[in-house]
Write a protein that binds this ligand. Sequence first.
Ligand code: ATP
Ligand SMILES: Nc1ccn([C@@H]2O[C@H](COP(=O)(O)O)[C@@H](O)[C@H]2O)c(=O)n1
Ligand code: MG
Length: 201
Amino acid sequence: MQDVKLSLAYKKPTVVFVLGGPGSGKGTQCANIVQNFHYTHLSAGDLLRAEIKSGSENGTMIQNMIKEGKIVPSEVTIKLLEKAMLDSGNDKFLIDGFPRNEENRAAFEAVTKIEPEFVLFFNCPEEEMERRLLSRNQGREDDNIETIRKRFKVFLESSLPVIEYYKAKGKVREIDAAKPIEEVFEAVKVVFTPKEEKVNA
Ligand SMILES: Nc1ncnc2c1ncn2[C@@H]1O[C@H](COP(=O)(O)OP(=O)(O)OP(=O)(O)O)[C@@H](O)[C@H]1O
Ligand SMILES: Nc1ccn([C@@H]2O[C@H](COP(=O)(O)O)[C@@H](O)[C@H]2O)c(=O)n1
Ligand SMILES: [Mg+2]
């Protein structure tokens, strides 16, 4: 892992944290951003689910945490993110669903020495997020009403403070995520379009 750290420090990658409640549309919008702005999308949740499937020694622990809507220890998630960043060959990343709590945030900064360029925050009412999750139909073990309620609680208690932390630093770009997918992406595009292009448009 030392090589990974050295390489990431050398390349000074651009990182955008993509945050928002469960079902706010992070993954959906990241897919759109990738097509238009040459970022690599890394979903912390997807990496953890892949780790379970791989039969890793941490698999059972991760599976239990996800079923309970709990946040996996940072050490595990950061190792997966670092490896995925290095394997991608890119130097621009959308890190979706991370940092999820203060421990995630502080550990990522300490280990990688990377500060996010900005934080994209999809703000969406809970009733709308619940509707979306209950009709997602992707076979996720945590898309049931019992776990969804736990995930909402964790979001309010542990993830929102991270967003507040970055707000105080002027790094949050907030998007109204309750609108239809295309309208949300129109607002996202404005955030990713360089200032000089906006002036010339
Ligand atoms: N703006 C939108 N309007 C209506 N449905 C949406 C919108 N954005 C996403 N969806 C749908 O809502 C569901 C959840 O979206 P998505 O998986 O992108 O959310 P997420 O924030 O990544 O969720 P999670 O935190 O659980 O991974 C999907 O079925 C998606 O198609
Ligand atoms: N930083 C993270 C991100 C996710 N998890 C766990 O995965 C679950 C699903 O995450 P999604 O972003 O795909 O919704 C989440 O509820 C956590 O259990 C995590 O531990 N740490
Ligand atoms: Mg997602």
